[in-house]
Design a protein around this ligand. Structure first.
Ligand code: BGC
Length: 371
């Protein structure tokens, strides 16, 4: 019990650290990194690239911002990196200011991409190319390229992991609840589609049972991917539907949602003996520590250094007339155009492969994970 209290306190402390942005980022890429565009290709010549990021409260966006800044500066660009702390209007104002300040290119990871339509038009009118970073910019023809991960693939891999590891059968069914992402983020819809494709047959045959019935995305999404919202929804579900039976699987779309569910489960008295299979996304430092300790079962590792390097090639393309690598010209229809995209590969990680993938990949060191 003492151990549990200590673990909970540590989790709170780590969350606070993460929220302050104190978690060390993976080494920002510079020269010598295979993923980064070579400095010799550089002709940045002081051109200004403005990078609008959603929030510093989630570790991955800190990594993304740091990697983008380092790689762009390496090529001679001046970088204006700004975070909007999940405040939609603040992001609109930041982008307006970036345009007014003479940005030559805009890279945007949207909070609510529909809210950016006007400001994107302003950029287009001013002749400033726009690149979508990780999240698709919807309903605009002002966007030139999109660098992201295979977002449906993230859901597919979470779903496959559940199917392969939960051990549920028709004779021995398991309970599952879904904690999906933000409805204003196209990625959340794609992840959900990939996940459902995998688990729907088990729901249909009755080997997986969702006691709340909250299977539709409109019932299980989490506005702004917010940890507290997921915690409250999980508390409510546990009280209303799981008084007499354990919840066996929390299908969470992001590590922050997993932390919310963990708090709710601890509050409801779950212990190691009946702890559910919990999924996540981003392989945050804390989530990876949870994977090692067994508190979280798996996450999806997204190498933000690679994503930044692909995005930087797109910046070079629109500013210097180079050709970026594109590997998808079909999936990302934003309602106005199909945006030429590069999809990086998401990799599932659990206790069996985290050493090889995460430590071996130089994302976190053994020391960071042991702290
Ligand atoms: C990203 C995920 C991230 C989530 C919450 C999504 O758009 O693709 O990697 O976990 O936002 O920040």
């Amino acid at each position: 019990m003492k151990k549990k209290v200590l673990a909970a306190l540590m989790a709170v402390a780590l969350t606070a650290l993460t929220a302050c942005g104190a978690t060390p980022a993976p080494a920002a890429t510079g020269s010598g990194d295979a993923a980064a565009p070579a400095a010799s290709e550089s002709s940045g010549g002081g051109k200004k690239v403005a990078v609008a990021m959603p929030t510093q409260s989630s570790e991955r966006w800190m990594h993304d911002g740091a990697n983008m800044k380092a790689q762009l500066e390496e090529l001679g660009y001046t970088v204006d990196l700004q975070y909007a702390e999940d405040d939609v209007q603040a992001q609109v104002s930041q982008i307006e200011n970036m345009i007014a300040a003479g940005a030559n290119c805009l890279v945007i990871a949207a909070i609510d991409s529909d809210a950016l339509v006007n400001v994107e038009q302003q950029a287009k009118d001013a002749g400033i190319p726009v690149i979508a970073y990780d999240r698709l910019l919807m309903n605009t023809d002002a966007v030139s390229y999109y660098a992201t991960f295979d977002n449906k693939g993230v859901g597919t891999k979470i779903g496959q992991y559940i199917v392969e590891h939960c051990g549920a059968t028709k004779d021995n069914p398991q309970t599952i609840e879904l904690f999906m992402g933000s409805p204003d983020d196209n990625n959340a819809h794609m992840l959900y589609a990939g996940l459902m494709e995998q688990i729907q047959p088990m729901l249909d045959e009755g080997s997986l049972i969702c006691k709340s019935g909250q299977i539709d995305f409109e019932d299980n999404n989490t506005l702004r991917w917010d940890q507290q919202t997921a915690m409250k929804r999980c508390e409510d579900i546990l009280t209303r539907y799981y008084a007499d039976e354990d919840l066996d699987i929390c299908a969470c779309a992001y590590d922050g949602l997993s932390y919310g569910c963990m708090s709710a489960l601890e509050g409801a008295g779950y212990t190691e003996a009946n702890w559910p299979l919990i999924t996540g996304q981003d392989a945050e430092l804390m989530a990876t520590k949870h994977i090692i300790s067994g508190k979280q079962t798996m996450s999806i590792y997204k190498d933000t250094r690679l994503l930044a390097s692909k995005c930087v090639t797109m910046v070079q393309a629109v500013l210097e007339g180079a050709t970026p690598e594109i590997n998808d010209t079909e999936q990302y229809n934003n309602g106005k155009i199909v945006v030429p995209s590069y999809l990086c590969e998401p990799v599932p990680v659990d206790k069996d492969n985290y050493k090889e993938v995460i430590i071996g990949g130089g994302y976190y060191t053994e020391e960071q994970l042991a702290e």
